[in-house]
Design a protein around this ligand. Structure first.
Ligand code: GTP
Ligand code: MG
Length: 313
């Protein structure tokens, strides 16, 4: 698959190849899974040309066909696991957060979603032998809650150099939902130069929820959220990275749900998330993390602690 260059695809000259690379389409797989309209836009080509390019990329990358169960098993062996620094929590997920997947943390304010993201950001920079992913981190911060001081505390608690850790965490503030979506594309550009092993989106849904108010806007909001989730999943696949996103619960009955403890974004977010975790406050700095809706793990819950050092058992 890596043997075929973009220029070898029919309809891709040097100029188009450069535009594609600039937009983050650096390998056949990323083109093979794109839709024609988006590809036509980014490469300044006609949609029919885009269709041909995508078809050729699919063939060259050998996607779109069926795969035998044993080869899927083989591919899944390449998955890496990211520790949370809580043994119980890692076990809940079958050994830590899995690469090539989206992990969604939802819960009320103060339930520890952002603290978990800080911990994961620090951990992802650690070597694989320590439960890390030995890579850099992208943080898309929509609520201006990223605190480098907390990263320093959490890194120091693990005997890591805090400045080196901060240098590996690339933070962007997303000002609205379309900016948030654009930042995923920008992240892919960074990922071409530096291996990104974790992307945090905190919060996934806040902008969408604030901008699309009322029943008449629901379809549009869900459509955009759907695209956003798929962009994130693609990033996870292409980079063998973990995606961690946070989500709020609807404080008042949302237009979607009568139940006030349901996460925002409905089935679109729930379906695209590989793991959904419900965090809630308990006594004395403790939090309860409940795994909901996993493809291969039982629904269960564990107790974790949020302290100055970060997340622990
Ligand atoms: P929203 O973003 O408002 O929805 O909430 P969240 O779920 O992101 O909450 P967050 O992760 O920011 O959790 C905040 C809570 O973490 C605080 O109320 C504290 O209980 C705890 N916390 C944060 N920093 C520290 C710390 O340095 N020491 C201790 N012991 N607890 C902390
Ligand atoms: Mg938060």
């Amino acid at each position: 698959m890596a043997e075929v260059k973009l220029e070898e695809l029919p309809g891709v000259g040097p100029a188009t190849a450069e535009k594609l690379r600039d937009a983050g389409y650096n390998d056949l797989m990323s083109i093979a899974v794109e839709n024609p309209k988006t590809l036509a836009d980014v490469a300044d080509i006609g949609e029919s040309t885009a269709v041909k390019i995508i078809a050729a990329a699919k063939q060259a990358a050998d996607v779109g066909g069926f795969e035998s169960g044993d080869s899927i098993l083989e591919r899944r062996k390449k998955l890496n696991r990211l520790t949370s620094c809580s043994k119980a929590f890692d076990e809940l997920l079958g050994g830590g957060l899995e690469t090539q997947s989206i992990c969604e943390f939802f819960g009320e304010f103060g339930s520890g979603k952002t603290q978990m993201c800080f911990q994961l950001a620090v951990n992802a920079t650690m070597p694989v032998s320590k439960g890390g992913l030995d890579g850099d981190v992208i943080v898309i911060d929509t609520e201006n809650t990223f605190r480098p001081e907390r990263i320093v505390q959490i890194a120091e608690a693990l005997d890591l150099d805090p400045i080196e850790t901060l240098q590996k965490i690339h933070v962007a503030r997303a000002f609205n939902s379309s900016h948030q979506m654009l930042l995923v594309e920008k992240a892919q550009e960074i990922a071409l130069k530096t291996p990104i092993k974790l992307m945090v989106v905190d919060s996934l849904t806040a902008h969408f929820r604030a901008e699309y108010v009322g029943r008449g806007t629901l379809a549009e909001r869900q459509g955009l959220l759907n695209k956003h989730m798929h962009d994130l999943l693609r990033f996870a696949d292409v980079n063998n990275a973990v995606i961690a996103v946070t989500n709020q619960v609807a404080a008042k009955p949302d237009a979607f749900f009568g139940d006030p403890t349901r996460p925002v974004g409905g089935h679109i977010v729930g379906h695209a998330s590989t793991y959904r975790l419900y965090l809630r406050k308990s006594k004395g700095g403790k939090r309860i993390a409940r795994l909901i809706d996993s493809p291969n793990l039982p629904e269960a819950e564990v107790v974790i602690t949020v302290s100055e050092e970060g997340i622990r058992d």
